[in-house]
Design a protein around this ligand. Structure first.
Ligand code: MN
Length: 260
């Protein structure tokens, strides 16, 4: 089994080091990750500046780009082979509900999925790296179980996994969840720079709006590990009928006229 590991917190983050250490004895593992913290970069690709690949002393390779850049470059020429699995993380903080749209951790995994490779995004729920070793051990167990069930190397899938910051023995089951929802983000924060200009800082993620039973938010507050299969098709399938009627009405209506 060949695994490509990336993340969005950067190649020096404790989460990717722990993930590499946990997976290195169960697979051939390569790390190709961003040089800097690229959280919330989603699937962004760098199209207007050159990218450089550098080998760190621990063997990891890092790129002055985004998480999706790393996986994209790895799969389109750098690796020279096709990995069986792309694993991203372990992220410093939850990627639940609406977070998945913004998440670079999910973005790296999604890039693998878009190239037809099974992919998993791993995140710890809290941002303090507490019990990182137990999260890495869980990630390893999950990858091994999936390998034994022949799920790896088959048709592509994309899984989003959030692990509570708990000791290994205190972690609950892996629960299959739907994504919850958050409220819109907190207000932007403004400060005055030393030169008198107004600076804007993106506000914190919103509080949970839908954390009902069955969601990732609910499962992780109960101490369980949430696992959500994701897809990329953003089509609003539930409202295709409504929009078909609306579009027909718009097409039949006379265009607005200007008075002559
Ligand atoms: Mn991150």
């Amino acid at each position: 089994m060949k695994i490509l590991i990336s993340n969005d917190d950067g190649y020096q983050a404790p989460g990717i080091v722990a993930l590499f250490e946990a997976l290195r004895d169960v697979a051939e593992v390569e790390v190709i990750a961003p040089e800097q913290n690229n959280s919330a970069k989603s699937n962004a690709l760098t199209l207007h500046s050159p990218l450089y690949v550098t080998r760190a002393s621990n063997g990891f390779r890092y790129i002055n780009g985004t998480p999706a850049d790393c996986v994209h470059i790895a799969l389109t020429g750098l690796l020279g082979y096709r990995p069986d699995l792309v694993v991203s993380g372990i992220n410093n903080g939850a990627n639940m509900g609406d977070d998945t749209i913004y998440s670079g951790t999910v973005g790296a995994a999604m890039e693998g999925y878009l190239f037809g490779i099974p992919a998993i995004a791993f995140s710890q729920v809290e941002k303090n790296w507490e019990h990182l070793a137990s999260a890495a051990r869980k990630a390893r167990d999950l990858v091994l179980q999936m390998s034994r069930q022949n799920l790896i190397g088959s048709s592509p899938w994309l899984l989003n996994v959030n692990i509570p910051n708990l000791p290994f023995d205190a972690l609950g089951h892996v629960k299959l969840c739907r994504l919850g929802r958050r409220h819109a983000a907190e207000a932007v924060i403004t400060q005055i720079s030393p030169r008198g200009d107004t600076m804007y800082w993106i506000g914190a993620a919103g509080a949970t709006k839908d954390d009902a039973e069955g969601t990732d938010f609910h499962a992780t507050t109960q101490g369980h590990i949430s696992m959500t299969p994701l897809k990329v098709d953003l089509t609003d399938h539930d409202h295709l009928g409504y929009w078909a009627q609306t579009a027909a009405r718009l097409a039949g209506a006379a265009p607005p006229t200007t008075a002559t």
